[in-house]
Design a binder for this molecule. Structure first.
Ligand code: ADP
Ligand code: TRP
Length: 320
């Protein structure tokens, strides 16, 4: 079973990205033949600065590798290192109706938020379909916001196969229902566009500042507090086991401690969680050539498959 997923290098990764995507992708190495890539072409829809894009690509690679992606066990590469995907994107564009793209929630949401509508943003799902279909992917683990894009890849593949025969594999999306949306420091969905994130690998000072900024009600030290509505508690649920959570619930129910104390408990748990990855991460940051070699190795593996598939597709459409 081939499992494929991509993540955009569009900013500093936060714990929402970690629990919603990165952790799942790394775990998938043990569930099937994992293809994971850094969606560098997709990031052009939002990042329009050379240095920032280069830095983001490198950082996402480092973070994935630090969190356990193994280059021998999986295929891990940068999307734009395998150009075949753009050729397939064009071919698939001719099997994608305007209506299909016009119905895309993600496009509608982005333009509604004032992001200028351009062709890259509009045709984003076709490139994503090319990512998925080029590598004969069976399963695509994604967050809820991306389910529709995987459905569109199925629709596009169905239309292509209808014209040329059974050439493309129809993918299914896989959403882990246990991973609820990770809340941000203000209680809304954690997202880099809302400025409410806690970084995966922030500096000690930076992470502390983010955690201390979590919004709570204004109950005093000597008051009983309600854990069920508390943003600190919701974040603690990601890092604590049942016993630790029960203990924390007792602290909420007992006067004497304030939200500042609970925040420090959460901060300790976050640091503890990412600590094992920090050493590997530092090693990779200090050895960028090692990272480049790993990505080149991954691109070579992906390219081999992409080239073989494109030969079949070119032949089918009459471009061989
Ligand atoms: P952002 O909202 O910060 O721009 P992206 O849209 O780049 O994040 O998301 C990258 C991946 O991380 C996607 O798979 C998405 O579903 C997941 N993700 C992002 N934010 C969260 C969150 N708050 N909770 C769970 N998963 C998230
Ligand atoms: N659109 C995805 C996101 O923003 C990233 C992505 C690009 C992707 N191509 C993909 C995910 C192919 C899965 C499969 O999260």
């Amino acid at each position: 079973m081939r499992i494929l997923s991509g993540i955009q290098p569009s900013g500093t990764l936060h714990i929402g990205n970690y629990f919603g995507a990165i952790q799942k992708i790394v775990e998938a190495q043990n569930q099937g033949d994992l293809f994971a890539f850094i969606a560098s072409y997709h990031a052009l829809t939002s990042v329009k600065d050379k240095e920032i894009l280069e830095k983001n690509i490198f950082e996402v690679a480092v973070n994935f590798l630090a969190c356990g992606i193994e280059p021998e066990k999986s295929t891990f590469w940068v999307q734009s290192d395998v150009k075949e995907v753009l050729e397939l994107y064009w071919i698939l564009s001719n099997h994608t109706s305007m209506g299909l793209l016009e119905r895309a929630h993600s496009y509608k949401d982005k333009t509604a938020r004032g992001i200028g509508a351009n062709h890259g943003l509009f045709s984003y799902p076709v490139l994503m379909a090319a990512d998925i279909l080029l590598y004969d992917s069976n399963v695509v683990p994604v967050g809820k916001d991306q389910i529709q894009h995987v459905e569109m890849a199925r629709d596009i593949a169905t239309s292509f196969n209808h014209t040329y025969g059974e050439i493309l594999t129809l993918p299914v999306s896989k959403v882990d229902e246990n991973v609820a949306t990770v809340p941000g420091t203000d209680g809304a969905k954690m997202s880099k566009s809302y400025g409410n994130t806690i970084d995966m690998f922030g500096t000690k000072k930076g992470t502390k500042k983010q955690v201390m900024g979590i919004v709570t009600d204004s109950k005093e030290l000597d008051e009983v507090k309600d854990h069920t509505t508390c943003n600190i508690y919701k974040l603690c649920e990601l890092f604590m086991n049942e016993t630790e959570l029960l203990d924390l619930q007792k602290r909420y129910a007992t006067p004497g401690e304030g939200y500042g104390h609970f925040k420090l408990t959460l901060l300790d748990k976050i640091n503890e969680h990412f600590e094992p990855y920090a050493q590997k991460r530092q090693h990779l940051l200090d050895n960028p050539n090692e990272v480049k070699e790993i990505l080149a190795f991954g691109a070579q593996k992906a390219q081999k498959l992409a080239a073989a598939k494109m030969e079949i597709i070119r032949d089918a459409v009459g471009l061989a």
